[in-house]
Design a protein around this ligand. Structure first.
Ligand code: ADP
Ligand code: ZN
Length: 307
């Protein structure tokens, strides 16, 4: 008989909500909840209360994984490892996420960015299985990306900031729109294709726009510039594109067409030329990539301590 897989808590710590799940993987989730992101003290207290009650119902958790909004300190040698650091989100700068959870549950804790967690979830169980390297990009309130090499997140100096790749300003019918929505940059991906950027540009939220709105052509082309740069730099075996904005029907198809047009046959591989539908893909785990990836981070942390 196979030993029962250990119970893990996955926490997707987002700027608007914390998604939490207790289980062993996407096909065995015993309990989930969503907690609004209030101030750190209140939010962490609610997270811990919910986890404690989930443990009473379903058994003790053996590890915790956290995929968090950032910026976060990912250096295990640093005194502030496990902290959210200089976030502009009020009350959240310099918040220790690992410390209180470790004090309360005394289990190994895996920690990474929200997008790396989503990438790891997709690599373990979703649309990115066996893809090395794998890139996961989310187009939502912000734009962010995670890169996995041999299944492990690429951290580097800080965290790769795919969301802020510089791209040409979009234009519709020859009129250039150059009011990038990013406070740091004059012409970056997030500044043009994030949900708030689209809403600011057109005065209407993406979810309320019809499929034939001219916005989508611009978003598809601008996103394609970003993806082309990612393809040329990292040569990923697959790119997963998720987030709220990608719920727009037809956007992924239009983006694929622009990617092919911009690459112009330069990369002569069947993955792009014949099978782009399986190369640029939506997340296999839907909106659960992040929380499932957090469970995967917990599993990894458990294996690390057992080794
Ligand atoms: P977050 O990035 O905060 O985790 P989401 O990935 O859900 O959240 O993205 C939220 C953004 O997606 C919002 O700006 C919203 O306007 C946009 N959005 C949600 N649904 C759609 C849709 N069907 N079409 C286009 N944009 C959408
Ligand atoms: Zn930017």
């Amino acid at each position: 008989m196979r030993p029962t897989a250990p119970l893990i808590a996955g926490i997707e710590a987002g700027g608007t909500k914390f998604n939490i799940a207790v289980g062993t993987g996407p096909n065995d989730i015993r309990a989930t909840t969503r907690i609004e992101t209030a101030d750190p003290k209140k939010t962490l207290r609610q997270v811990m209360q919910w986890l404690a009650s989930a443990c009473r119902k379903h058994g003790a958790i053996k590890a915790i994984g956290i995929g968090s909004f950032g910026p976060i300190d990912l250096d295990p040698e640093s005194a502030t490892y496990g902290y959210i650091t200089t976030t502009p989100k009020p009350e959240w700068p310099h918040t220790d996420l690992i410390g209180p959870l470790h004090a309360r549950f005394q289990v190994p804790i895996g920690f990474d960015t929200d997008v790396n967690a989503a990438a790891i979830g997709e690599y373990a169980w979703g649309a990115g299985r066996g893809c090395d390297p794998l890139v996961y990009i989310t187009i939502g309130t912000g734009v962010g990306g995670g890169v996995l090499v041999h299944g492990k997140p690429l951290h580097g100096m800080l965290h790769p900031e795919i969301g802020h790749l510089h791209v040409p300003a979009p234009h519709t019918r020859g009129v250039i729109f150059d009011k990038c929505h990013c406070p740091f940059h004059q012409s970056c991906l997030e500044g043009f294709v994030s949900g708030p950027a689209i809403a600011a540009r057109w005065g209407i939220k993406g979810e309320e726009m019809p499929a034939d709105h001219p916005a989508w052509e611009e978003v598809a082309l601008t996103l394609a510039y970003g993806l082309v740069n990612v393809i040329l730099t990292l040569s990923p075996r697959r790119i997963i594109v998720g987030g709220g904005v990608m719920h727009q029907a037809g956007l992924i198809d239009a983006t694929r067409s622009h990617v092919l047009r911009l690459l112009n046959g330069y990369l002569h591989v069947p993955q792009l030329l014949q099978e782009i539908e399986t190369y640029i893909v939506p997340p296999g785990l839907g909106d659960s990539s992040g929380v499932c990836g957090a469970i995967a981070l917990g599993i990894e942390a458990l294996h690390r301590t057992a080794a």
